[in-house]
Design a protein. Structure first.
Length: 234
């Protein structure tokens, strides 16, 4: 499935590499994307959200922080590799220190002792690396269950997969980790539900928010004005 999506994104990206602002994205598949968005919202409403609410209610706060810390920690190798690919050597050293400290003194990452030691957490992935080297986002895509992506981020998703535990553990373990991570992430987003539900057009709200977030991440919180707003600098 991952390979199929990655090949599709690579094909589309050949004809859709221009930079586009989040408020005026390239979305030629909007009718299909909207249908998938509706399907995803239904799946969330009847399956994922109830499970996440049960998890949020049943799990103590300390345990939930431990789960979130664990998944942040297993994403550190991905961040370190993309630090290096982007030549962010100081960050790579910082994030390597985080990973080693949390994996040992933090009991396999359940405790974020690295942050207490002054090692700030970063988040890098292959989609961001492609963006840093000038690859435009291409088309906006809404994928079944996977949610929003762009051509660029879908290509990057293939690289991200191989820097996670999925390919290197038993299938049952990989599926369990993925499911737990998904539920934990959804539980942390429960507080944002009223904002989405009150949006005039939830599809446009999610699209704009996703593209703004990704653009901000590519440029480490300081995207060029012309890319953010689609206008030239004066």
């Amino acid at each position: 499935m991952t390979i199929r999506y990655t090949l599709l994104a690579a094909t589309l990206a050949l004809s859709a590499c221009a930079h586009t602002p989040p408020d005026d994205p390239s979305d030629p598949l909007e009718p299909v994307n909207r249908a998938v968005f509706s399907f995803n919202r239904s799946a969330d409403r009847y399956v994922l959200k109830p499970v996440a609410k049960g998890y949020d209610k049943a799990m103590p706060d300390l345990a939930k922080r431990g789960v979130s810390n664990f998944f942040n920690n297993i994403r550190e190798p991905r961040t370190i590799l993309n630090d290096l690919l982007q030549l962010k050597l100081k960050r790579a050293a910082n994030d390597t220190g985080r990973f080693l400290l949390n994996s040992t003194a933090g009991f396999a990452g359940l405790m974020d002792v690295a942050s207490d030691a002054g090692l700030k957490r970063h988040d890098e992935d292959f989609g961001q690396t492609l963006g840093r080297y000038g690859v435009g986002p291409g088309w906006y895509l809404m994928l079944p269950l996977l949610g929003p992506k762009t051509n660029r981020d879908l290509i990057g998703y293939g690289g991200d997969y191989y820097t996670g535990p999925g390919p290197y553990v038993e299938t049952e373990v990989s599926l369990s980790l993925t499911a737990t991570d998904l539920v934990d992430t959804r539980a942390r987003l429960l507080s944002a539900d009223p904002l989405l539900d009150s949006a005039i057009d939830p599809y446009v709200f999610v699209r704009t928010a996703y593209l703004q977030q990704r653009l901000t991440k590519v440029y480490d919180g300081n995207p060029p004005r012309e890319l953010l707003y689609g206008v030239d600098e004066e």
